[in-house]
Structure formats: structure tokens, C-alpha cells
Design a protein around this ligand. Structure first.
Ligand SMILES: NC(=O)c1ccc[n+]([C@@H]2O[C@H](COP(=O)([O-])OP(=O)(O)OC[C@H]3O[C@@H](n4cnc5c(N)ncnc54)[C@H](OP(=O)(O)O)[C@@H]3O)[C@@H](O)[C@H]2O)c1
Length: 358
């Protein structure tokens, strides 16, 4: 295949030429010339980002800790386009090996509970700083750090506080790093919601579709000057209280979720979660999560930050997508509805469907 001048792109920061082949961005068998490393690719958001990048013709390095956690990623790109490499967050040499050939580095590593090996500080601050410093020293052109919409240096939640500290650490370590702050995400990996409520279900969330966030990240990585040093705030288009979200789940699945109406007091749940953290060796609802359940997500985009419109993306409205993810949880009562309701996600049935039909 012949290579033309338009197939060559010179990276602004490093001056490294990239040679593309095939119809760039037109599918998994195109080659854009970009190489990206996605730390945290084995999680919920990671798989969608790897898929979106591979579809743009980007070769993706997928660092993994557990052999089985990266298997599903291999099929997301063409032969040789997905490159798994083992890594450890505390091993500088492995991190350097993972990003040695990359011009874009994403850091998605994050954990919403602490373990005996890794605290929030270790993962969100020290880990992020280490990856950013090594990326800077290796001449990587673009660094994208995934934070959280509610990240705040003064937050009562350790998770959200360290997320904000991590953003600062990355900004100091990598010149021109881009920070992305998505709201709570929804998608296929979401479990069945817990049936009791905290804060009377009044906590506000601005849920955002995981595929939209992945699409935004894949664009931000390949944008050069426009995205460098910017903060992208990515809330969902509508805000709901937790009670409204549970009601919507009830309406679509024909299952009774919020009756009996149990509101667990904060002190009681915090005490139980604290006890669980000490006794259980598997991840459970933890004390920090109880604190987060009382923090509203603010969908306003602060001045000077960018958002969906700057990327040309119109984010999905939850009601339009919910059926995709809730269909598998539907009760048999869905079969007794008229056909017009049976495949619709936007049914509003209040308490009606919970009657057992004789
Ligand atoms: N999910 C949401 O609603 C949401 C909302 C806003 C922001 N975010 C942020 O978006 C990012 C991705 O979220 P997610 O939902 O995809 O998270 P996730 O499913 O929990 O995945 C987290 C990823 O981080 C890696 N990781 C965690 N601790 C690590 C450690 N000590 N060493 C090495 N790797 C480690 C995990 O690797 P292993 O598979 O090896 O454990 C996994 O790949 C996170 O930074 C999260 O804070 C998430």
C-alpha cells in the first residue's frame, strides 16, 4: 500500500511522526498510527474505551494485573492492535514498559474501597503521580486523567478528596495533562440495585452513559492543542434523586424495589459498614460509600471547563437507554403487558404491575 503525505501526522508536543494506513477512523482494520496505553482498562469503563480506540485504528496497550481480566479485551481490536502487558502500580519499570511506545496515556485506575494493600491515597494520588511522571519522562504527548464529577479537596469522602488530590498531582507531573470528570456512570456491568435507601433517597445524581464517556475519552486523547491542559466536566443530561431512579427501575422491571419503604439511618449503616470492612475479606459496602451516598452530584459545568458540546457529543438520556440494561431483570409480569408496553423502556406504571394477576 502506498503512503501519502496526508497519512503522516506530526505530534505537536514531541514532534514524533505517526504514519496511518487504511481509512483512518473507519473501523478496526484501519491504522491511525497512534499508540495508546490505558491503565485501568480491566474495569467497567476501560473495556468501552479500549473498544472505541481500537475502532479508530489506535493500537492499544492494555496493562493488566490478573491474567483472566484482560482476555475479553483482546478481541476488541484487529490482530496485533491490542497488546496486553503485565503491570504493578508500584513498579516503575513495568509502567515505563507499558507506555514506552505510546503517544497517548489514559489513567483510569481507581477504586471505591480501600484494601490492605492499597489505600485511596496509594491508588488515586501516588499511583496517578507515578504514571504521569514516567509518561512525562518518556516523552508521551498526551496524558488523560479520569477523575470524578464530585472530586473536591474539601470533600468529607476520602475517595473524592484523593481524586481531587490526584488531579493536582497529575497536573504538576505532566505538562498539559487533561482531566476528565464524569458523573456516576451506568451500563451493563451495573448490579441489581440495593433495595433500602439512605438519605430517604433524596441524594441527587446526574447519571451518564458509560459509552458516552468512553466516546468522549477516545476523542480527547487524539485532540491535540484543544484538549491540552483542559478539564472536561461530563455530567448526564438530567438529574434524578435516588428515589426517582429506583422508581424508574421498578417501572421498567415490574419488580417491587422500594416497598416496604426502608430508610436506614446514616449512623446505623456507617457502623455496620465499618464492622463489615473489618471482618469481611471481600469488598463490601464501606464507610466512605455511606458518606458518598449523602453527596449530591452538581451537573453545572464550572467556568473555564469544557463539556459535551466542545466534543460534539449529545449525551444519552437515561430513560431512553435504561431498558437496554434492565431488560434482563424484568419480572414475568412484563409478558402480561400489551405489546405496546412490552418492549418500551418508558413505561410509567406506578404500583400497578406489582399486583399478582390471578
Ligand atoms: N464508575 C463510575 O460511576 C465512575 C464515575 C466517575 C468516575 N469514575 C472513575 O473512572 C475510572 C474508571 O472507573 P470504573 O468504574 O471503570 O472503575 P473499576 O471498574 O473499579 O476499574 C478500576 C480499574 O482500576 C484498576 N485498579 C484499581 N486499583 C488498582 C491498583 N491498586 N493497581 C492497579 N490497578 C488498579 C483496576 O484493575 P484490576 O482489574 O486489576 O483490579 C481496574 O482496571 C476510575 O478512576 C473511577 O474512579 C467512575
Amino acid at each position: 500500500m502506498r503512503t501519502y503525505m496526508q497519512d503522516v501526522t506530526i505530534k505537536r508536543k514531541t514532534g514524533v511522526p505517526m504514519v496511518g494506513r487504511g481509512p483512518y477512523g473507519m473501523g478496526r482494520n484501519s491504522v491511525s498510527g497512534n499508540v495508546a496505553t490505558v491503565f485501568g482498562c480491566t474495569g467497567f469503563l476501560g473495556r468501552y474505551l479500549v473498544s472505541k480506540l481500537a475502532k479508530r485504528g489506535v493500537q492499544v496497550v492494555v496493562p493488566y494485573r490478573d491474567e483472566d481480566e484482560k482476555r475479553h479485551l483482546r478481541v476488541l481490536g484487529d490482530l496485533g492492535q491490542i497488546v496486553p502487558l503485565e503491570w504493578d502500580l508500584r513498579n516503575d519499570q513495568q509502567i515505563e514498559e507499558c507506555l514506552r511506545h505510546s503517544d497517548i496515556v489514559y489513567n483510569l485506575t481507581g477504586r471505591n474501597y480501600e484494601t490492605k494493600n492499597f489505600t485511596f491515597q496509594d491508588v488515586h494520588v501516588e499511583g496517578a503521580r507515578r504514571i504521569a511522571e514516567i509518561a512525562q519522562a518518556s516523552g508521551v504527548a498526551r496524558f488523560v486523567q479520569v477523575s470524578h464529577l464530585s472530586a473536591d479537596l474539601n470533600s468529607p469522602s476520602g475517595f473524592l478528596r484523593t481524586k481531587a488530590q490526584g488531579d493536582q498531582a497529575v497536573r504538576r507531573a505532566f505538562e498539559g495533562a487533561t482531566i476528565v470528570r464524569p458523573a456516576s456512570m451506568y451500563g451493563h456491568e451495573d448490579p441489581w440495585p440495593i433495595t433500602f435507601k439512605l438519605n430517604n433517597g433524596e441524594t441527587k445524581l446526574a447519571p451518564v452513559h458509560s459509552l458516552d464517556v468512553a466516546q468522549a475519552l477516545s476523542l480527547i486523547g487524539v485532540l491535540d492543542a484543544e484538549a491540552m491542559g483542559q478539564t472536561y466536566v461530563l455530567p448526564g443530561p438530567k438529574t434524578y434523586t435516588l428515589r426517582e431512579l429506583l422508581q424508574l427501575t421498578e417501572d421498567i422491571t415490574y419488580r417491587n424495589l422500594i416497598s416496604p419503604d426502608i430508610n436506614v439511618p446514616k449512623w446505623l449503616f456507617s457502623m455496620t459498614a465499618g464492622l463489615g470492612e473489618k471482618i469481611a475479606w471481600w469488598p463490601m459496602f464501606n464507610k466512605d460509600e455511606v458518606i458518598r451516598r449523602f453527596i449530591d452530584e452538581n451537573p453545572e459545568v464550572p467556568e473555564g471547563c469544557k463539556s459535551w458540546a466542545d466534543l460534539g457529543i449529545e449525551p444519552d438520556v437515561l430513560e431512553d437507554r435504561a431498558i437496554m440494561y434492565l431488560r434482563r431483570f424484568r419480572s414475568h409480569l412484563s409478558y402480561e403487558q400489551p405489546m405496546s408496553n412490552a418492549h418500551s423502556g418508558a413505561v410509567k406504571l406506578k404500583k400497578e404491575p406489582f399486583r399478582v394477576i390471578e
